[in-house]
Design a protein around this ligand. Structure first.
Ligand SMILES: C[S@@+](CC[C@H](N)C(=O)[O-])C[C@H]1O[C@@H](n2cnc3c(N)ncnc32)[C@H](O)[C@@H]1O
Length: 218
């Protein structure tokens, strides 16, 4: 249920045509192919993280929709999933990709700042986030919000690039004449916070990803 103080914002959209969705998918695949040439396979990474996250049940929230690389494969395993992002442009890409993948009716896209999620405490059975945290200006606030909206007994899955993944992203951005700034990893800090909050936590590293899969002990 959305918090009455700040109702869920659905970005107004029309249903994309098949051709629009196919074109957007092709663009995303070109980017994925470039990343694979540099050694990062986004699909393999998502499969690995999903392997740590599943099974999931009940209400599931994904933080940082981006282009939907994570939430769309996730949606194949669930009747419904909600995803939140601050950027309408990013969610538009993800919406096209959801249409292409045939899961548009399973994904609820919400535009909001994850530093102040528009849901009451304990609204979700699981909260996930894939490769978002290094983009956040205030990760501590977002982490607090993820814990707040999670039900007692819920599952939290936090994934971001491992150092090898950041090296690959840096190389791609350098080759494009751009930069990919990222703060030092705070995974030991997030793990300590989860343990302190009463979670059982597994930490895994593979596919250039670091993952914390945490289950609240109730
Ligand atoms: C690289 S993308 C994440 C990849 C994405 N999870 C995927 O599966 O494709 C990072 C996303 O975090 C979003 N973001 C950054 N700060 C945010 C905030 N405060 N609240 C919500 N989303 C935020 C950005 O708009 C961007 O879409």
């Amino acid at each position: 249920m959305a918090d009455a103080r700040q109702p869920e914002q659905q970005h107004p959209t029309r249903k994309p045509t098949g051709r629009e969705a196919a074109r957007a998918h092709q663009r995303l695949e070109q980017r994925n192919a470039l990343q694979r040439r540099f050694g990062f396979d986004a699909a393999a990474s998502v499969r690995f993280v999903l392997g740590q996250a599943l099974p999931l049940r009940g209400r599931v929230l994904d933080i940082g929709t981006g282009k939907g690389r994570f939430v769309i494969p996730l949606a194949r395993h669930l009747p419904r999933v909600t995803t939140v992002d601050i950027s309408p442009a990013e969610q538009d890409v993800a919406r096209l990709e959801a249409a292409y993948a045939g899961v548009a009716d399973r994904v609820t896209f919400v535009l909001a700042d994850a530093r102040a999620l528009p849901w009451r405490a304990g609204s979700f059975d699981a909260v996930t986030s894939w490769n978002v945290f290094h983009h956040l200006a205030r990760p501590e606030r977002v982490f607090d919000e993820m814990l707040r909206v999670l039900k007692p007994g819920g599952k939290l899955v936090l994934a971001d690039f491992a150092p090898s993944g950041f090296r690959i992203m840096d190389a791609i951005h350098r080759a494009e004449g751009r930069r990919h700034p990222h703060p030092p990893s705070r995974f030991p800090h997030w793990r300590a916070r989860l343990l302190k909050a009463g979670f059982r936590v597994r930490r895994l590293v593979a596919c250039h990803q670091e993952v914390l899969a945490a289950h609240h002990a109730d």
